[in-house]
Write a protein that binds this ligand. Structure first.
Ligand code: C2E
Ligand code: CA
Ligand code: CA
Length: 783
């Protein structure tokens, strides 16, 4: 059974059962009317419709008790009602038998078993009604007080009516010894009716359908009025009973109620608008007032006048009270509405405070909160493992700077979505800021957690479509696993460390935290401090690796590469310390030293060897240097100081450095204005976009070693190497194949169209001394 809010209780449908119940009532009225003056039909006929109507109602209640979608309490109510019906059928059978056996029977006269049946029926009914759940809005005590007050009000009213009518018509029964029976019946009917009524007025309804309950209350009212008052109003001849007509009438309402409940089963009840006051006492007051007026009218005009004044006064007091109560109700209603609105605001505020506005992922504060909670769980032994991953998009800044923030944002949204899809429903995914995401994986072993990371990497291989751009993104991911006594901050720090390790190993990778990373980091920090020292001490040297022409292998230019001769650790490669120098900013003074030293050296070779000197000198410049505001001016100054021809200086920059756009590109442009040439280094490994070749003023592409390595086979790299030479030719750029290690590679490259190469096959990087020697030897040769 669905419980969607849109579902409505289907309209009342005239089922065969309901039609039969109505027909039974009509027949009973017919029989009653026919026999009203004198008994025309056999007396037992009068009881048949009542029995049939009750049986139908009983059957309807029983069926409803087993309808799907009802809660236990509601089932219990309907089961009890079915039992009540069975007891009434038994009572009616007893009545019919008694009437047939005692032709002079007066209405409301029963034998003992019949009375027991009716009494039991009432007890069961009372019990069922009293077990209905009360409204939960107020405290139990207050509800109880109200219930008792209302019940007392009704009981007094019913009591006074009963007393009055009994006084009026008591003579009718005086001849008979059983005068007490109808009075007790009347009182108990009144009591049941009033309790039912009050209970319905106060009931929280629970699963019992509201309309069904109202129909039941109507049944109670019809039963109480009909069964109790009717015999007092009409002096019926023996054999005829008001019950013959009022029982089917009462039970018709019960049948309708049961039918309604069955159709409403499983349909959520709309929130009820509560009346701010109970109508029960007012109805009681009105009824008693009516009685008072009736009685006083017989007692003379003085009493009647006073009574009328009293009635009028009560009416005015009631009006005043109702007025105040409804005003209160209105105010309360407004407060309620305001509260609902406030709650909504509060919910939205909390959501906003804990979620990222762009991606709607959890934000850093919620992430930390969840991490803390998950850690507490693992500590308490509720979960055994926990791992935290930090995901950082590679080169996101470049995309943002180059294509604008709107594209960057769109990219982040897609990435967030892919992250969500790559993990389980209850894993926490958060955006921690910028292009950094966090992932909390519970209950996964290391192998399973890294599988998730692979899945994420895999999901990011699909190009991201962002505002018309198809972007390729990669992410560096660091993973840290929980350990005893882990704190959220420490877990995050470890994941962060692992993420930096992943970035250092190359983009688009993941790394898992282990203690060695700490040592590496400590060593890094140590190196960072020592770099400065090394620069002051003159521990750096430059080596030069020739770039040659194909196929002859003649030197055409030199690339400057830095070396660090560490006092204890021997030679440290630039792959190790350049990233540190970049992070610490030391690359700026270091780069300046490299440039000036290389230019001085090149100028010297130029002086000594003239045209025999290498045509150009390449200097690697890092992204950080290009972003340094005065960089172009520094180069100009260095060129001026060395007296070296700007046109023979080649600045080697990586694609990624210029993909950043902005300042870096402006700097390159200024350098080009000076006459300096630009080479795109490691081409093919970064953002390789042909668009870049249009905006970046490059003269040369240095095709990365990875493509050269694959050149012999049929691999993708070979295809790319082939495509790249075609592109460079098409764009009138020079291509240099990097990292050529074998003669075969050199030959293949030549065949593909490459005319320049660099690599160990031709020469390793050489000291200035070695370069000088080579140049001298060459001069000797040419002379
Ligand atoms: P890069 O600019 O791509 O330099 C080429 C690197 O490949 C050099 O490593 C070179 O020794 C190596 N190499 C050349 N031919 C071969 C070969 O046939 N096989 C192999 N396996 N390797 C070959 P190195 O000197 O260790 O430099 C590594 C990277 O460090 C450079 O890559 C560059 O990105 C950076 N770097 C080096 N010197 C400087 C510098 O003065 N300034 C800056 N900013 N970065 C530098
Ligand atoms: Ca280079
Ligand atoms: Ca390179």
């Amino acid at each position: 059974m669905t419980t969607s809010e849109e579902r409505q209780v289907e309209r009342l449908r005239p089922t065969p059962m309901l039609i039969t119940a109505v027909a039974v009532l009509v027949v009973s009225i017919g029989v009653f009317a026919a026999n009203f003056a004198t008994q025309r039909s056999p007396v037992v006929w009068g009881w048949m419709p009542a029995m049939l109507g009750t049986a139908i109602a009983g059957w309807a209640c029983w069926r409803t008790a087993f309808a799907p979608g009802l809660d236990l309490v509601t089932r219990r109510v309907w089961r009890s009602l079915a039992v009540v019906c069975v007891l009434i059928v038994l009572g009616l059978t007893g009545d019919a038998r008694f009437t047939v056996l005692n032709p002079g029977r007066l209405d409301q006269q029963h034998d003992i078993p019949t009375s027991i049946c009716y009494a039991l029926a009432m007890l069961v009914l009372l019990w069922a009604l009293l077990r209905l759940p009360m409204a939960k809005r107020e405290s139990r005590d207050r509800i109880m007080v109200r219930f008792l007050l209302d019940a007392a009000t009704i009981s007094i009213t019913v009591g006074i009516f009963a007393w009055y009518f009994v006084l009026q018509v008591a003579n009718a029964w005086e001849a008979d010894g059983s005068a007490a029976v109808p009075v007790i019946m009347l009182m108990s009917l009144g009591l049941v009716g009033s309790l039912a009524f009050v209970k319905v007025a106060l009931s929280g309804f629970g699963g019992v359908d509201r309309i069904a309950l109202r129909l039941l209350a109507a049944a109670a009212a019809v039963g109480a009025v009909g069964g109790g008052l009717f015999p007092l109003l009409f002096d019926l001849h023996p054999g005829l009973s008001g019950s013959q007509m009022f029982v089917p009438a009462t039970l018709l309402f019960v049948a309708f109620a049961a039918d309604r409940q069955r159709r409403a089963a499983g349909v959520p009840q709309p929130e009820r608008r509560r009346r701010p006051f109970s109508v029960v006492p007012y109805l009681a007051v009105a009824a008693t007032d009516a009685l008072l007026l009736t009685v006083s009218s017989q007692a003379g005009s003085a009493v009647l006048t006073v009574a009328m004044a009293a009635v009028l006064l009560t009416a005015l007091v009631v009006l005043r009270q109702v007025n105040a109560l409804s005003e209160n109700g209105r105010l309360l209603g407004r407060v309620d509405a305001n509260l609902v609105e406030l709650n909504g605001y509060q919910r939205r505020l909390t959501h906003r405070a804990t979620h990222d506005a762009l991606t709607d992922l959890a934000n850093r504060s919620l992430f930390e909160q969840r991490t803390r909670a998950a850690l507490a769980e693992t500590e308490a032994g509720a979960a055994d493992t926990l791992s935290l991953a930090l995901i950082d998009l590679d080169d996101f800044k470049a995309i943002n700077d180059r294509l604008g923030h709107a594209v960057g944002d769109a990219l982040l949204v897609v990435v967030a979505q892919r992250l969500r899809e790559a993990v389980r429903e209850d894993d926490v995914v958060a955006r921690l800021g910028g292009d950094e995401f966090g992932l909390l994986l519970r209950g996964l072993r290391l192998a399973e957690a890294t599988e998730v990371l692979d899945r994420i990497a895999e999901s990011l291989t699909r190009p991201v479509h962002a505002l018309g751009y198809d972007l390729l993104v990669k992410a560096s991911i660091g993973l840290a696993e929980v350990w005893p006594e882990a704190s959220p901050q420490e877990l995050l720090r470890r994941a962060d460390l692992a993420m930096y390790a992943a970035k250092e190993r190359g983009k688009g990778r993941h790394a898992v935290y282990d203690a060695r990373l700490e040592q590496d980091q400590a060593a890094d920090a140590q190196l960072g401090a020592e770099l400065r020292q090394a620069l002051d001490n003159g521990d750096f040297t430059l080596v030069y690796q020739p770039i040659v022409s194909l196929p002859d292998g003649e030197w055409t230019s030199l690339e400057t590469l830095i070396r660090w001769k560490h006092a204890e650790r021997g030679f440290i490669g630039p792959d190790v310390f350049i990233p540190i120098a970049e992070r610490t900013g030391l690359i700026v003074p270091l780069g300046d030293w490299i440039l000036r030293t290389a230019l001085r050296q090149a100028a010297e070779w130029q002086d000594v060897f003239g045209s025999g000197a290498p045509g150009e000198i390449g200097v690697n410049v890092s992204a950080r240097q290009l972003r340094e505001p005065g960089f172009a001016a520094d180069v100009r100054a260095a060129l001026a100081d060395s007296g070296f021809d700007p046109e023979k200086l080649v600045v080697e920059v990586t694609e990624t450095a210029v993909f950043d756009g902005g300042v870096a590109l402006d700097t390159l442009q200024s350098l080009v204005t000076l006459g300096v040439k630009v080479a795109l280094d490691d081409f093919g490994t970064g953002h390789s976009s042909l668009g870049l070749l249009r905006t970046c003023p490059a003269d040369t592409l240095k095709v990365d070693k990875s493509f050269v390595d694959g050149i012999g086979g049929r691999s993708e790299e070979a295809v790319i190497a082939t495509a790249m030479i075609q592109i460079t030719n098409g764009l009138h750029l020079q291509a240099i194949a990097e990292g050529v290690e074998t003669a075969e590679q050199a030959e293949t490259l030549y065949r593909l169209g490459y005319r320049f190469a660099q690599g160990y096959h031709f020469s390793r990087p050489l000291s200035p001394q070695q370069v000088t020697e080579h140049l001298e030897a060459a001069r000797v040769l040419t002379v």
